[in-house]
Design a protein around this ligand. Structure first.
Ligand code: IPE
Ligand code: MG
Length: 233
C-alpha cells in the first residue's frame, strides 16, 4: 500500500490525512476479498524501515492501526475473517499489540479470508530470523543441516502455514519490492498501478485479479509443457 503521503501532499494536507484516507481503501479491499472468496490477503501496513520516519508520523500510524482494529472487529467477525500478523510484532507498542492479540484471538476460529497484517515487517529480517530458529533447532535436536529442504525452511518463516502469494499489487507506480515477502514472492505475479493507495478501489482490485487470470505461469517450464499440464487436468 503505497502513496498515502503523495495523495495528501497533492491536496495540501498533512501526510496523516493520506494515511487516514488509506484506511478507507483498506476497508473496501478487505471486504471485497472476503466477499469474492480470496483465501489470503497480506497488507504491507508498516515496514521495519518505516520506524525511521518522523516520530509524529510513526505515532499517528500506530494510533490509526489501533483504531482500525477496534472499529473493524465487528466487520471482521461478520465477514468470517481471521486476522494474523507477520513481522517483528514485539517491536509494536504494547497497547497496540494487546488490541492486535485480542482481534487475533477472537477471530482465530473464523475460516473465511485470512487477513495478514505485515507489521514491522522486513523480508530480509524474516529470513534471518528463520535461519536463527532453524539453527537453534539443529543445535537442540542434532538434526543434520544437509537434510534441510526449501519446504522445511519455509516453516521457520513468519508466514509458516500461509501459501506463497500468487499476486502482489503495488500502488503508486513504484517498480520495486521494498523488502516485502522476499522469499515468498519467488513466483508471484506483479501488478503495478499508478493509482495512489487511497485512490485504489474495488474496481482496481477486480482489474488486477482479471489481469492475473490472463497470465501464463510457467514456474521454469516451457509454455508447451504448461499447456500440456493444464490440458491433462
Ligand atoms: C504508504 O504510503 C503507507 C505506509 C507506509 C504506512 P506512504 O506513506 O509510503 O506514501 P508516500 O510513498 O510518501 O506517498
Ligand atoms: Mg511510500
Amino acid at each position: 500500500m503505497d502513496g498515502n503521503g503523495r495523495w495528501a501532499k497533492a491536496r495540501g494536507l498533512p501526510r496523516i490525512a493520506g494515511h487516514r484516507a488509506g484506511v478507507k481503501a483498506v476497508r473496501a479491499v478487505v471486504e471485497e476479498c472476503a466477499r469474492a472468496g480470496v483465501e489470503y490477503l497480506t497488507l504491507f501496513a508498516f515496514s521495519r524501515e518505516n520506524w525511521r520516519r518522523p516520530e509524529d508520523e510513526v505515532n499517528a500510524l500506530m494510533v490509526l492501526l489501533e483504531q482500525y482494529l477496534e472499529r473493524e472487529l465487528d466487520t471482521i467477525m461478520k465477514n468470517n475473517i481471521r486476522l494474523r500478523t507477520i513481522g517483528r510484532i514485539e517491536e509494536i507498542p504494547e497497547d497496540v499489540r494487546r488490541t492486535l492479540s485480542r482481534v487475533t484471538d477472537r477471530s482465530a476460529g473464523n475460516d473465511g479470508l485470512t487477513l495478514i497484517l505485515a507489521l514491522s515487517y522486513s523480508g530480509r529480517q524474516d529470513i534471518v530470523d528463520a535461519a536463527r530458529r532453524w539453527s537453534e533447532e539443529v543445535a537442540r535436536s542434532g538434526k543434520t543441516p544437509d537434510a534441510l529442504s526449501e519446504e522445511d525452511f519455509s516453516g521457520y518463516l513468519s508466514t509458516s502455514g500461509i501459501p506463497d502469494p500468487d499476486l502482489i499489487i503495488r500502488t503508486s507506480g513504484e517498480m520495486r519490492i521494498s523488502n516485502f515477502l522476499l522469499w515468498q514472492a519467488a513466483y508471484a505475479e506483479f501488478f503495478v498501478t499508478e493509482k495512489l493507495w487511497p485512490d485504489f478501489t474495488v474496481d482496481d482490485l477486480r482489474e488486477a485479479i482479471r489481469d492475473f487470470g490472463g497470465r501464463e505461469r510457467r514456474f521454469g517450464m516451457t509454455s508447451d509443457q504448461v499447456k500440456e499440464e493444464t490440458e491433462s487436468g
